[in-house]
Design a protein around this ligand. Structure first.
Ligand code: GLA
Length: 392
């Protein structure tokens, strides 16, 4: 009797303790990553896809200049992000040091320059001991590095996951989030664990974006495997917190115009960060047209912040849909096949009304009003991207 009363009390205590702990000892120091920093998916440029380790002050200045003169900035691209290889060592006090040969004026002066163009500067580090290219990582220097970035005027940090053996990514990245909060400057926090530790589970409360896949390359096969595999992740994205299927390869030369249209359309339907990865100063008119199509960008940046998903597929054909603010829908009719094919969009597959108005976003053309369905002729590896809405 005595025993059972004690064990009943113990059970009760065990049941209630978590509740008490939450109320009496609230978890401290772990605010969610701030949502207002990336209300829509971040847009900008990053050095890695085109330049790899060849980063320099000159490249960043010239890219920032060109983002203004080419109209990239006006189209919404805002961040100029330095990826790996800008850092060389730590000084005696443990401060991270930028390569003086590549960045002779230092990062603070560079940030001032980028800001003077109305743009923002991003930087890169690693949660482990070293970056993927063997530069010093931020392990055990999280707060020190966050404070350095804040003092330099950095606006965006991508934190990679090389040389992080034995570490728990949810814990390590939360440490970085808290260091950034403590450093006091609004800095977009990009988690880059390549999707290997289900970052969509812990990423939304930790960062503003999290990579969902390993690295992209400038080939249709790789880009399309990544892009078309994102179905199902839409439930984790919301304003301030985005799935990141890696940066854009548009303009790097490895894909046809139709393939790059597929790349841009898919990323826009996925509400993915749009980080161009090309040589901006020398881009062709075709690349500029691909990167700055405002109607496609508007789908990505739609204020409702809902990530699209696949609604239908058959053989090489796929239909993806992204609900937009105000009740309209963006739709991608994709042909992954090796020849031109017809795709039928049944309006009921996307929850559209029986009678709907259509606009072709790549062609900037109103197509008129259709009843029940719409049939498009889609190029090999290409897409027809539509906006669908109810007539007034
Ligand atoms: C990893 C990342 C890339 C890039 C490189 C730099 O591979 O996924 O995006 O940052 O490291 O070394």
């Amino acid at each position: 009797m005595q025993f059972s009363r004690i064990s009943f009390a113990a059970c009760l205590l065990a049941l209630l303790l978590p509740t008490f702990q939450g109320t009496i000892f609230p978890q401290t120091g772990s605010p969610d990553a701030p949502s207002q920093l990336a209300k829509t998916p971040p847009m900008g440029w990053n050095s890695w896809n085109k330049f790899g380790c060849g980063v320099s002050e000159r490249l960043i200045r010239e890219t920032a200049d060109a983002m203004v003169t080419t109209g990239m900035k006006d189209a919404g691209y805002q961040y100029v992000n330095i990826d790996d290889c800008w850092q060389v060592r730590r000084d005696d006090a443990g401060n991270i040091v930028a390569d003086p040969a590549k960045f002779p004026s230092g990062i603070k002066v560079l940030a001032d320059y980028v800001h003077s163009k109305g743009l923002k500067l991003g930087i890169y580090t690693d949660a482990g001991t070293n970056t993927c290219e063997g530069r010093p990582g931020s392990l055990n220097h999280e707060l020190q590095d966050a404070k350095t970035y804040a003092a330099w005027g950095i606006d965006y940090v991508k934190v990679d996951w090389c040389h992080a053996e034995g570490l728990d990514p949810a814990v390590q990245y939360a440490k970085f989030r808290d260091a950034l909060a403590q450093a006091g400057r609004p800095i977009v926090f990009s988690i880059c664990d390549w999707g290997v530790n289900a970052p969509w589970q812990w990423g939304p409360k930790t960062g503003n974006l999290w990579r969902t896949t390993e690295d992209i390359s400038d080939h249709y096969d790789r880009m399309s495997v990544i892009g078309f595999s994102q179905d199902g992740l839409e439930k984790f994205a919301r304003p301030g917190h985005w799935n990141d299927p890696d940066m854009l390869e548009v303009g790097n030369g490895g894909m046809t115009r139709d393939e790059y249209r597929t790349h841009m359309s898919l990323w826009a339907l996925l509400a993915a960060p749009l980080l161009a990865g090309n040589d901006v100063p020398s881009m062709t008119a075709e690349t500029k047209e691909l990167l700055t199509n405002r109607e496609v960008i508007a789908v990505d940046q739609d204020e409702a912040g809902i990530q699209g998903h696949r609604v239908w597929d058959e053989g090489p054909l796929e239909i993806w849909m992204k609900p937009l603010a105000g009740g309209s829908r963006a739709v991608g009719l994709f042909n992954r096949g090796e020849s031109r094919l017809k795709i039928t969009l049944p309006f009921n597959a996307i929850g559209a009304p029986e009678k709907a108005n259509l606009r072709n976003l790549w062609e900037h053309k109103d197509l008129g009003s259709f009843t029940g369905s719409y049939v498009a002729d889609v190029a090999k590896h290409g897409v027809v991207m539509l906006k669908v809405w109810q007539p007034k």
